[in-house]
Design a protein around this ligand. Sequence first.
Ligand SMILES: Nc1ncnc2c1ncn2[C@@H]1O[C@H](COP(=O)(O)OP(=O)(O)OP(=O)(O)O)[C@@H](O)[C@H]1O
Ligand SMILES: [Mg+2]
Length: 323
Amino acid sequence: MSADQAAPSYQDLRRAALAAAEPSGYGADAAIVCDRLVRIFTADRVEVQALQGLDLVVDRGDLVALVGASGSGKSTLLNILAGLDVPTAGSARVAGRDLLAMSAGDRLRYRREVVGFVWQQTARNLLPYLTVAQNIALPLQLRGRARSRGAAARRSARVAELLEALGMGELAHFRPAQLSGGQQQRAAIAVAMVGDPAVLLADEPTGELDSETAAGIFDALRTVNRELGATVVIVTHDPMVAGEVRRTVAIRDGRTSSEVLRRTVVDEHGAETVSEREYVMLDRTGRVQLPRKFLEALGMEHRVAVDLEPDHVAVRPDDPTGS
Ligand SMILES: Nc1ncnc2c1ncn2[C@@H]1O[C@H](COP(=O)(O)OP(=O)(O)OP(=O)(O)O)[C@@H](O)[C@H]1O
Ligand SMILES: [Mg+2]
């Protein structure tokens, strides 16, 4: 953002966000609740507002795709949810944990026990000198509470269970370099899931793969969601992935701007069709962000006339004649 734009300063944003962050029951039992989340990066004394008051609620057990232009804040959001980064202001709760109030120790435990994370770069997810089975077992070993023979047996059973669920039992003793990109990402999902996290986060997990391989990874993420019960959030540019989930949330300029919900509708003859509807976000203060194409189509800018009708709200271009 250029310095001459009349953007609120960091202090303004921080004050506003802190003042607004009163305790409330908003999304109390959802898996993820972000409320007016702000993340400001400062580099060379230039502030970048990567998240500008982002609101997002993800229900437990949901599978959600996050889409948005490059630089819109998707990775910033995911890194915060993963406990790898701390927001500047606002609030974020994941599986009941307050991400702004964790000590360093809490944060470490949170990353090990509450969330799983899959990176886009296949090489970043696995240790090259360990086999697939050893990679998957490692997070459990790092928890390292019990070193008994019983613990080792339970660990092996858990690794076998995941390999089976993700259809990669025959790859247990391969090293990452012996696997295709798609197999590596499948293994990465197993590593992320081994500790039975409540939430699995994946930042463009299919970004380095061709579309056929990407479809397999998406299936694996769906398996994790349906069979292992994790709430899954996937950042993706892949229209195939975004087109298959029930809910796709679009991020624009550091805020959630719209979302598409898909429902399977059964008609009177029993035929199934998928109905798709786009919604825009309504925040708690009543603000909505209208799609840019709507604004352009009707030449709306600066202000609009708003009228309450019996069952809807009409938004019209400002009429300077007042008629
Ligand atoms: N560590 C950082 N320091 C400074 N600016 C950053 C940092 N990380 C991200 N940003 C800036 O924050 C904004 C959002 O970046 P982010 O990586 O979240 O976007 P994204 O939606 O993931 O984009 P892409 O689709 O390209 O991955 C960008 O303007 C980016 O340059
Ligand atoms: Mg990104």
